[in-house]
Design a protein around this ligand. Structure first.
Ligand code: 3PG
Length: 306
């Protein structure tokens, strides 16, 4: 049984070692494809794989067509918008994610980006503090919850909006629930995005919504670039010279934003929220264990294409 680990953005070595150990312990063969540049490399590597571990790597119909032996894909992470679920189902391939395994890493980066932005990108001028500011968490899942926990350590007031999360769950964490995006954006000094990219959320962060944010507003995006309507973001940043945007997912409009508002905008060169040894170990080993368990007992607990 061949388990392909295909990561354009590699796991930390210690995580790869851990995945190998899990896979070999079960008597399966781990195969590593890292930092691949061409899709053809993935198509070739996947041809005889029984299972596939990926990160943000794209698994579309073409990859699934090439993967004649494939039974399971595990996205070592939370968001699975990079996998064509319908095509996987049509190919009889089970798709899973590893929810919660990398969420602390993403949350820590979100807070780090907040400090960086509010301290004027460490340019030496007098900035501001997170203490006493209101943080609006847009979607209260695993990452949102970790962001709330850390933000409280900074002395922030935390509010959250999540249409799918009961108020009681937020209140139990001492987070104040609000009941619309407009309410969230108008009451928060800083909004941190933690929504997945779905047909409902893609392009949903638009000019109208952003215009609810108070003066000196800051938007932090460690979710997905697709949820932002980029033309609107550019226009809003031009119209609101007090507003800042920081992200670890480089927008398509990166060059334009750097040209128009370099001093209020920052994007990391690669998506790096989950890029820690700890997150790689947690998510990578969870993925390997889920695959072994699926083959050995048929456990499909984390299947997302049901
Ligand atoms: C996720 O959905 O788990 C995060 O966005 C991390 O993605 P990555 O594995 O590509 O770093």
């Amino acid at each position: 049984m061949k388990i392909l680990i295909a990561t354009e953005k590699p796991f930390a070595k210690v995580a790869v070692d851990g995945i190998r150990t899990e896979v070999e312990k079960a008597g399966y063969e781990p195969v590593l494809l890292e930092k691949y540049k061409q899709k053809e490399q993935l198509l070739e590597a996947v041809a005889d794989a029984d299972a596939l571990i990926i990160r943000s790597d794209k698994v579309d119909g073409e990859v699934l067509d090439a993967a004649k032996q494939l039974k399971i894909v595990v996205r070592a992470g939370a968001g699975y918008d990079n996998v064509d679920l319908e095509a996987a189902t049509a190919h009889g391939v089970v798709v899973m994610n590893t929810p919660g395994q990398n969420s602390n890493a993403v949350a820590e980066l979100a807070l780090g980006l907040m400090v960086y932005a509010i301290r004027n990108f460490y340019n030496g001028t007098s900035g501001s503090e997170l203490k006493g500011k209101t943080l609006g968490i847009h979607a209260y899942g695993n990452v949102g919850r970790n962001v709330a926990r850390i933000a409280k350590g900074f002395g922030m007031q935390v509010i959250a909006y999540d249409a799918y999360c009961p108020d009681e769950a937020m209140m139990a964490d001492d987070v104040r629930p609000v009941h619309s995006c407009e309410e969230l954006y108008s009451q928060a000094d800083i909004v941190s995005l933690h929504i997945p990219a779905t047909p409902e959320t893609v392009q949903s962060i638009n000019y109208e919504l952003l215009s609810h944010m108070p003066k000196n507003g800051l938007l932090v995006n460690t979710a997905r670039k697709e949820v932002i309507k980029e033309d609107d973001l550019v226009r809003f940043m031009v119209d609101r010279p007090d507003f800042k945007y920081v992200t670890d997912i480089m927008p398509v409009a990166d060059a334009k934003l750097r040209e128009l508002c370099a001093e209020r905008y920052f994007a990391t060169p690669k998506k790096m929220g989950a890029q820690t040894a700890e997150a790689n170990i947690n998510a990578g080993i969870a993925a390997a264990k889920q695959i072994v368990d699926f083959f050995q007992t048929g456990n499909k607990r984390f299947q997302v294409n049901k």
